[in-house]
Design a protein around this ligand. Structure first.
Ligand code: ADP
Ligand code: MG
Length: 408
C-alpha cells in the first residue's frame, strides 16, 4: 500500500513525501480512506503506530482552502500532546493555506486570543483551557465539521470526560467525529455511542501486546540496592537515550537527583513542573542534550520521542496498561529498543498483573558482576509460596537467573 493510493490531495501527499514517509502504517491505510469518505471512526492501535497522521492527513485533505472557522477541533489530554499534534498539523499542512491554533492551560491568554481572533481552520486544544475560551466567547465551535478525540483513554484517566462532553455539546450535531485511543475501556464505549454516528471500528494489532521489536526484561533487586543497580545498569549497558519511569512525582525528583549526582545529564517531567520547565526538559532530551528523561506516567503518555534506545521502569507501574504505554516509548516506528523493569519484592503482584495483561512471562535477568544482596524474589521459582519457603529455608535461587544483561 502506498500513500498515493489512499485518495489524499496532492498538497498533502507532497508534505508526506517531504517528511520521508515511505508507506502508510496499518492504522493509516485503514483509517484514511474511511475518514475521506466521511465516516466516523473509533481507531485503536498501540502507541507509536502513527495515529496522528491517520486523522490529520485526511482532515487536511478535506478542509479545502482557508475559511471561517475553526472547522476542525482536536482534543488532547496534555499540553505536550497538544503541542506535538499541532506541530504535526503544521508539517502535514505546509503546502496548504490552513491556519492552525494551539490552546492549552498554564500559559497566558493573550497570544491565544490573538491567534483565535486572526482566524484558524484547525484548533488543537486541551479540554480545560478550551472551555475557558468558549466561556469567554473568544472561540466558537459552531463551524466545527471535524472533531477528533485523541488519546481518549488518557482523557478518561485524567478525568476529562465531563469536559469533553461539555465541549461536544457546543459543536454542530452534523459533524464527523473521530476517536483514537490505545485501548477502548467501557466508559469510552459509552462516550462513542453518544458522540459518534455509526462509527467504524478500526482496530490494529492485538491491543494488549507491546511492540514486537521490544526486548523487555525484569531485574529483581532488593529495595535498598535499587539506586545502585540503576547506576550499574547505566554503566554496563550500551544505550543512547533513556526514558526512566517513576510512579510518583516525588520519586521522579529523587531519581533525577541521584542521576545528576552520578554525572548523568538528566531532566525530569511531571505535572508539578511548570510548562516552561517541561518544555525545556523535553526539548533538551529531543536535541540530545539530556540523555535520561525521568517521567511519571501522566506526563509521558503519548509523547512522541524518536530514537529512545531504552525504557527503564524504575518503579513497576501500578496499572498493567501503563506498562504497555511506557515501553511503547521504545521500539517506535520499527526501531528496536529495550525495556528494563526494576522489581522489588513488593512489586510481585503488579508484575503478575502485567504478565497476565500482556499474556506472557517477562524474563528475569541478573546484571553480571553486580554485588547482589539477597531478596525473597530470588527464591520465586524454586519456592513457589511464602509457606514453602519457611519449610525449606532460605536459598539464593541458584540457576534461577539466566542470560547476562543484553549488550548492544
Ligand atoms: P501514535 O499517536 O499512534 O502514538 P504518532 O502519530 O505519535 O503515534 O507517530 C509515531 C511516530 O511515527 C512519529 O514520529 C511519526 O512521525 C512516525 N510516523 C507516523 N506515520 C509514519 C509513516 N507512515 N512512516 C514513517 N513514520 C511514521
Ligand atoms: Mg497519538
Amino acid at each position: 500500500m502506498r500513500f498515493s493510493e489512499l485518495g489524499l490531495r496532492a498538497a498533502i501527499l507532497d508534505a508526506v513525501d517531504a517528511l520521508g514517509y515511505v508507506e502508510p502504517t496499518p492504522i493509516q491505510s485503514q483509517a484514511i480512506p474511511l475518514i475521506l469518505e466521511g465516516r466516523d471512526i473509533v481507531g485503536s492501535a498501540q502507541t507509536g503506530t502513527g495515529k496522528t497522521a491517520a486523522f490529520s492527513l485526511p482532515i487536511l485533505s478535506r478542509l479545502g482552502p482557508h475559511g471561517p472557522g475553526p472547522r476542525c477541533l482536536v482534543l488532547e489530554p496534555t499540553r505536550e500532546l497538544a503541542q506535538q499534534t499541532y506541530d504535526n498539523f503544521l508539517k502535514f499542512g505546509k503546502y496548504t493555506q490552513m491556519r492552525v491554533g494551539l490552546i492549552y492551560g498554564g500559559v497566558g491568554y493573550g497570544p491565544q486570543r490573538e491567534q483565535l481572533a486572526r482566524g484558524v481552520d484547525v484548533v488543537v486544544a486541551t479540554p480545560g483551557r478550551l472551555l475557558d475560551h468558549l466561556a469567554q466567547g473568544t472561540l466558537k465551535l459552531d463551524r466545527a465539521k471535524f472533531v477528533v478525540l485523541d488519546e481518549a483513554d488518557r482523557m478518561l484517566d485524567m478525568g476529562f470526560l465531563p469536559d469533553v462532553r461539555r465541549i461536544l455539546i457546543k459543536c454542530p450535531k452534523v459533524r464527523q467525529t473521530l476517536m483514537f485511543s490505545a485501548t477502548i475501556p467501557p466508559a469510552l464505549e459509552t462516550l462513542c455511542a453518544w458522540a459518534l454516528h455509526e462509527p467504524v471500528k478500526v482496530e490494529v494489532g492485538a491491543r494488549r501486546s507491546p511492540a514486537e521489536t521490544i526486548k523487555h526484561v525484569l531485574y529483581p533487586v532488593a529495595l535498598a540496592q535499587k539506586q545502585d543497580l540503576l547506576l550499574s545498569l547505566l554503566e554496563k549497558v550500551q544505550w543512547e537515550s533513556v526514558i526512566l519511569f517513576c510512579r510518583t512525582k516525588r520519586s521522579a525528583d529523587e531519581v533525577v537527583n541521584v542521576l545528576k549526582r552520578a554525572k548523568h545529564k538528566a531532566a525530569v517531567i511531571h505535572s508539578d513542573r511548570s510548562q516552561k520547565e517541561r518544555q525545556q526538559a523535553l526539548e533538551g532530551f529531543k536535541s540530545g542534550y539530556y540523555e535520561v528523561l525521568v517521567a511519571t506516567d501522566v506526563a509521558a503518555r503519548g509523547l512522541d520521542i524518536a530514537d529512545v534506545s531504552h525504557v527503564i521502569n524504575y518503579e513497576v507501574p501500578e496499572h498493567a496498561e501503563d506498562y504497555v504505554h511506557r515501553i511503547g516509548r521504545t521500539g517506535r516506528a520499527q526501531a528496536s529498543g529495550d525495556a528494563f523493569t526494576l522489581m522489588t519484592a513488593g512489586d510481585a503482584p503488579f508484575v503478575a498483573a502485567i504478565e497476565r495483561f500482556i499474556n506472557r512471562k517477562v524474563d528475569r535477568v541478573k546484571l553480571d558482576g553486580f554485588p547482589y544482596q539477597y531478596t525473597a524474589l530470588f527464591d520465586e521459582q524454586r519456592l513457589g509460596s511464602l509457606a514453602d519457603r519457611k519449610t525449606r529455608g532460605v536459598r539464593l535461587g541458584k540457576g534461577y537467573f539466566y542470560g547476562p544483561a543484553r549488550k548492544r
